[in-house]
Ligand binder design. Structure first.
Ligand code: NDP
Ligand code: HSE
Length: 442
């Protein structure tokens, strides 16, 4: 007679962190315990929850108070599976490495650590014969890492374009809807709880850059760290930029773009970058509103795929953590291991200057003959082809006139485009380069 899963010896789970994500993981682990045992073939038992602050009321997590500990170093030695949801680099890294040394598999949501030092964790997992899963690290609830790693393992991914930061998408969407400026909209996002009190990691693109590094590493079987990712945030995006985008039937999004490209030397490489960009309203990513996330994958065989959902929050993120936990636990039960690091392609990450992109440039210029020709000559000097030019004459209070020139280019290297803009800024006929934005999507 076979023993029912719930009667089997439990797999010991140590939870590092009992905050927003850890709290939801604990609650879901408890409320779904029977189902999880059936799906895994053995029950899971929370043997401890490591926290930083002692003596806090954590009764809402529904756990026996004796499981809470501030001794995470000890806890990781007493588990079969360690779930790290503390965040940051240390002590998360040391605790994960210690857990692996003691034979535990690890599930983590820690994008910052994976993007900074993923290979160290992968190497330790391989050395100790344990698993490392981290679906929640990119785009919260959205299943995107395992589809890239497993479902598309037989395909060849050309490009991954993501809206992977909910805070910035909320801010840009609100600017688009209300016409308000950046600072005012961030304050509103903070009041509504969408932006942190210190929003730097989000609005300066650090969070998205870490996710871009993780996506690039998986999609292109190479090692890409957050330091390799070109990063620009949304702090310089103005209400005027948003209005200019609307005039072109576009919207502005903070995009994480991971591409396989051919570099200046003719060899393949990776372009990994995070920056605000105009995308046409017809692009699937343009419809991603509020704090939602989405990842658009272009693959040789599969064609275009779009993954959409909640990129943050306790329960959505815990859903991804629990999916990993079940996968790791199943491997424990069957005695197998999930896939380890795949970095065989070893593609170099190319400098931003070699990225191929399009530009939307707004210029405030003198309204007199020859100005358009002088501007066009600068583009030609750098071999940047102009796709469209629009001109609007503005009459000043003193009766004089200026012209606003809005130029959209064809694709060119980022180096050529930025050299063009630098030279335009030096022209006598150009009063001001009022805005420069990249244009993505067809
Ligand atoms: P929180 O700040 O809400 O929780 C962190 C938890 O870790 C707290 O319980 C804290 O203890 C505990 N902790 C902090 N330092 C230590 C330490 N030195 N030793 C033991 N415990 C410690 O973070 P989140 O839950 O929001 O985030 C956790 C991870 O999940 C991060 O890597 C984050 O990037 C990732 N993530 C978060 C998402 C979200 O929506 N929040 C979405 C996707 C990923 P105490 O309770 O005592 O303060
Ligand atoms: N701060 C992040 C966001 C949370 O705004 O999307 C998920 O990493």
């Amino acid at each position: 007679m076979t023993t029912a899963p719930a009667q089997q010896t439990p797999l010991r789970v140590a939870l590092l962190g009992g905050g927003v994500v850890g709290g939801s993981v604990a609650r879901l682990l408890t409320s779904q315990a029977d189902d999880l045992a059936q799906r895994i073939g053995r029950p899971l038992e929370i043997v401890g929850v490591a926290v930083r602050r002692e003596g806090r009321d954590r009764s809402d997590l529904g756990l026996d108070p004796s499981v809470f500990t501030t001794d995470a170093e000890d806890l990781v030695t007493r588990a079969d599976i360690v779930v790290e949801v503390i965040g940051g680099i240390e002590p998360a890294r040391s605790l994960i490495l210690r857990a692996m040394e003691h034979g535990a598999s690890v599930v983590t949501a820690n994008k910052a650590l994976l993007a900074e030092d993923g290979p160290t964790l992968y190497e330790a997992a391989a050395e100790h014969g344990v698993d490392l899963y981290y679906e929640a690290a990119v785009a919260g609830a959205i299943p995107i890492l395992r589809p890239i790693r497993d479902s598309l393992a037989g395909d060849s991914i050309r490009r991954v374009t993501g809206i992977v930061n909910g805070t910035t998408n909320f801010v840009l969407d609100a600017m688009d809807t209300t016409g308000a400026g950046f600072a005012e909209t961030v304050e509103r996002a903070q009041a509504l709880g969408y932006a942190e009190a210190d929003p730097t990691a989000d609005v300066e693109g650090f969070d998205a850059a870490a996710k871009a590094a993780i996506l690039s590493s998986l999609a292109f079987h190479s090692r890409v760290s957050s330091a390799d990712v070109h990063r620009e945030g949304i702090t310089e995006v103005s209400a005027r930029d948003i209005a200019a985008a609307q005039e072109m039937d576009c919207t502005v999004k903070l995009l994480a773009i991971c591409e396989r490209v051919v570099g200046a030397d003719g060899r393949e490489g990776i372009s990994a970058r995070v920056h605000p960009a105009l995308i046409p309203l017809s692009h699937p990513l343009a419809s991603v509103r509020g704090a939602y996330n989405a990842v658009f994958v272009e693959a040789e065989g599969a064609g275009d795929l779009m993954f959409y959902g909640q990129g943050a929050g306790g329960d959505p993120t815990a859903s991804a953590v629990l999916g990993d936990l079940v996968a790791v636990a199943r491997a424990r039960v069957t005695g197998g291991r999930g896939p380890g690091e795949s970095a065989y392609a070893d593609l170099p990450v190319l400098p931003m200057g070699q990225a191929i992109t399009r530009y939307h440039v707004s210029l405030d210029v003198a309204d007199r003959s020859g100005v358009l020709a002088s501007v066009a000559t600068v583009f030609a000097n750098h071999d940047v082809s102009i796709e469209t030019v629009r001109q609007q004459v503005v009459t000043d209070d003193d009766g004089g006139s200026r012209a606003m020139l809005i130029i959209v280019t064809h694709a060119a290297t980022d180096a050529a485009l930025s050299a063009t803009v630098n030279e335009l800024a030096e022209l006598d006929t150009v009063n001001e380069v009022t805005s420069v934005m990249r244009v993505e999507g067809n």
